[in-house]
Design a protein around this ligand. Structure first.
Ligand code: KG4
Ligand code: ZN
Length: 343
């Protein structure tokens, strides 16, 4: 009988406001998320208009124990837990739990960079795996990050563009708050924008035409505030929808232009699109179309919707590649790294 090469990775994610545990099985070319458990704290933080770190950490403690209890009887070879970036006390909950599991069971341990987890989320899609060819460019856009990352191989990344101020998700969240929409702002803006006309309100696209692959979104927030203050007295529902559409389009234009510029510059074979903001359907479609129309033989590799926002399956996937490269960590010498950078 052939020896089995299957590897089971237990992933743990607690970097922000999602508590998640997942079991990933990799058996040669067969990759499957056997189990993914996730509880979100969004309704708790929505009351405060944003994530409250102390509240997040306490919720992670309660939720993680419950989720881990559900997978304790499963067999696994590697434990992969998020080390950072993220909220320090929130990160500590998941990382310490993972370390204790490994110390008790003598399995392998990997401390994962959350951003590498987002990159690996695209690899969880079977369709994407058939087109997976390095070098690739990743557009990783979430509430805390907006980065263009050159992926030369697994574990070999270079940040080639990043935001100079707010993250793209933050731009959605802050502008949504300004116009009275709930947290998180991205889905709220997207829903409202469906009935709006982006061309009705002119908003800035900072740094669009400069030569760098860096981005900036804080000017957008200011422009929205100014427009809103000027018009709020006589503002109609249609105006609100137009403003949401204009915000969404301004963010999309910046992200798409910078992504295409970096993709040409580094002659990549594929563009990975990940992070919470990649849930935005309008942005997804526009980016896909721009790649098809303006680049030749470059695959578009968005992560599946269920792996777009923070989850443990993507942490297990990144952990798998680090384990495969021999980059395991000593649980007694692996601490949280709230500012953990990719390269
Ligand atoms: O990746 P994620 O879940 O957490 C971080 O690591 O930050 O991303 C959350 C961010 C929030 O800023 C949220 O507003 C944004 O992703 N987001 C969206 C959409 N869904 C979530 N932004 C635009 N359109 C969406 N549909
Ligand atoms: Zn994230």
């Amino acid at each position: 009988m052939a020896e089995t090469t299957a590897v089971n990775v237990l992933g743990i994610e607690t970097s922000c406001d999602e508590t998640s545990v997942a079991l990933l099985r990799v058996d040669g070319p067969a990759v499957s998320v056997e189990k993914q458990l996730l509880t979100t704290q969004i309704p708790i933080h929505a009351r405060y208009g944003g994530v409250v770190p102390e509240v997040a950490a306490r919720s992670h403690v309660a939720e993680l124990v419950a989720l881990l209890t559900e997978v304790m009887h499963e067999s696994y070879d590697v434990v992969a837990a998020t080390r950072g970036p993220g909220l320090p006390t929130a990160l500590a909950v998941g990382l310490e739990a993972g370390k204790i599991l490994v110390l008790l069971t003598e399995k392998s341990f990997v401390g994962v960079n959350h951003l590498e987890g987002h990159l690996a989320s695209a690899w969880l899609s079977e369709e994407n795996r058939t087109k997976w060819e390095f070098p690739m460019l990743a557009l990783s856009v979430s509430g805390g990050h907006s980065e263009l990352i050159l992926m030369r191989d697994w574990c070999s990344y270079e940040v080639v563009g990043e935001t100079r101020d707010d993250a793209a998700g933050e731009a959605f969240d802050k502008t949504a708050k300004l116009i009275g929409l709930p947290y998180p702002g991205g889905p709220a803006i997207e829903a409202l924008a469906k009935g709006g006309d982006a061309s009705k309100i002119a908003l800035p696209r900072p740094m669009l035409n400069d030569d760098s692959c860096d981005m900036s979104f804080s000017g957008l927030k200011t422009a929205v505030r100014v427009w809103f203050e000027e018009h709020r007295a006589q503002m109609t529902e249609q105006d609100r929808a137009d403003l949401a559409a204009a915000v969404q389009q301004a963010i999309a234009d910046v992200l798409i232009t910078k992504t295409l510029r970096a993709a040409s510059r580094y002659a990549v074979r594929g563009i990975v699109f990940v992070g919470g903001v990649s849930a935005n359907q309008s942005l997804r479609l526009q980016l896909q179309e721009a790649i098809q129309n303006q680049l030749q033989n470059v695959a578009f590799l968005p992560s599946e919707r269920k792996y777009v926002t923070d989850n443990a399956a993507m942490i297990a996937a990144a952990g798998y590649w680090r384990w495969k490269a021999g980059k395991t960590d000593d649980p007694l010498d692996c601490d949280i790294d709230p500012g953990f950078s990719l390269s």
